[in-house]
Design a protein around this ligand. Sequence first.
Ligand code: HEM
Length: 559
Amino acid sequence: MSQPQVVPLDTADSASILSSPILLTLLGIISLLTIYHYWFKNQRYVKLGNQMPGPPAVPIIGNAHWALGLSAAGVFELSIKTHRELKCDVARVWLGPRLIVGIMNAEDAEIILNSNVHLEKSSDYSLFKPWLGDGLLISKGEKWRSHRKMIAPTFHSSILKSFMPVFNKQARNLVAQFRKEQSNEFDCHDYMSSATVDTLLETAMGVSKTSDENTGFEYAMAVMRMCNILHLRTVKLWLRPDVLFNLTKFSTLQVSLLNIIHDLTKRVIKKKKENYFERVVRGETSLYTEAVKTTFDETKGHIVENASIMSNYAKDDLDENDNDVGEKKRLAFLDFLVEASQTKGNVLSDEEVSEEVNTIMFEGHDTTAAASSFTLCLLGIHKDIQKKVYDELKEIFQDNMDRPITFNDTLQMKYLERVILETLRMYPPVPIIARKVNEDVKLVSGNYTIPKGTTVVVAQYLIHRNEKYYKNPMVFDPDNFLPEKCQERSFYAYVPFSAGPRSCVGRKYAMLKLKVLLAGVLRKFEVISLDKEKDFKLQADIILKREEGFKIKVVERVK
Ligand code: HEM
């Protein structure tokens, strides 16, 4: 039997393979990545991060492959599922070398939100820059502080009261539009969205609608599509760098959407400036100095007239100085900004005015549209709750369901207020807030330290559904907001408007507008929803929405 022949290794061949530049480069990269991996694993930052629970991470990329190929609704579903599996109130994920820590409990949320140090938004918000510039939502440091001080008082309750006629007009428009839709199943979000844009234009911006009938709708659609693009860039990491993004069709689409959005802003500011100069020519003195005197008065006060359950949630600068000193001189948002940009000293540049207008138009519209649409769908499902809302409205309006809604009426809408608050608990339009911490943060819920440089995500959606704070967190129950129930739990167990120094400046505006629009519709129509809550497919493309739209039917009530 012949021996199997041993083929001698051809040294010349192996040498040529080893000297192949491609193989050498590959070996070099693998060695460098391995060294990097072991070096990285031993960094303090990484060790602290890995003490927290989280899904298994792959070397180098961490959990970056996690949301690969998923839709917006898919990413949301996966996040909830992962949280359920991990069964924890704090969790971490790695996006490559970047540590992201999610906070799902009120005690740790308080440390972040109530801090005067952890005020900086995470780098993800920079995707908004081409749209919102360095406006209030994104800005930091002294710029944020001084602009916040100027803008927060422009949403003072004395100004909000003067918006009642506009809120009423928009409620009447909604009634007319819903009347035409009777017998159809329709997406109420389209209507709520354009109503909120038009309301913002007429109130905060002080610009009445002209012949341009579709302004609100066109703008709202452009905002919705911009949010889709931004969300895509948040979850598809390769779309993050501008150089790559600019090669895609989304970049071209973004340019055309921003043209629509910024065009409206420019028109609004131009109109306001013309009004301002007309007043100057007429010799009317500038209101700016007076307004600054009033709004910068830091005497602390408390709301008396607008006392509502929401005042339990009012631990921020919106409640400062709510007495009526100098009330008549307070200016609404854009009036104030334009005057501030035109008077001596140029407190604000023209560019800063535009950034703030774009910010308020975005923050003020999509959030409220989602909140009102969720409320209508939920009332369509929970008939017993809708009946209680209607009974309350009947008591307030007696036999005249057509008369304008007054500010005092809104104070009596206690049950409707609880319904809105409960909607914002279960379906917070802003489901997460992301901050960059520039110092280590020691958590209280467990023996964890979040290292400096981490992105911290406060997950309101999950805090609001944590059974530590709500007995039946998955059940829609407005009585969760009975005063005694609110007192039992931590203030930070309910943060749909965030809390602390960077809380929402439009909180009171939003609650008042929601009450008037919803009461206006609900006193005239019974709302029917053919879906159940379990059919809701949620997607969080920046603002929380239903992927399938907000479908309802309405039937006009007989007098
Ligand atoms: C239901 C309606 C609303 C909800 C749920 C809501 C929620 C929020 C939340 C959670 C934040 C913090 C975001 C973050 O830190 O990333 C925020 C900030 C903000 N909101 Fe709202 N908002 C609503 C309506 C409004 C309205 C009507 C306006 C203006 C008219 C407005 C203007 C702002 C601004 C300017 C900020 C940035 C504040 C700062 O960083 O100092 N929001 N909002």
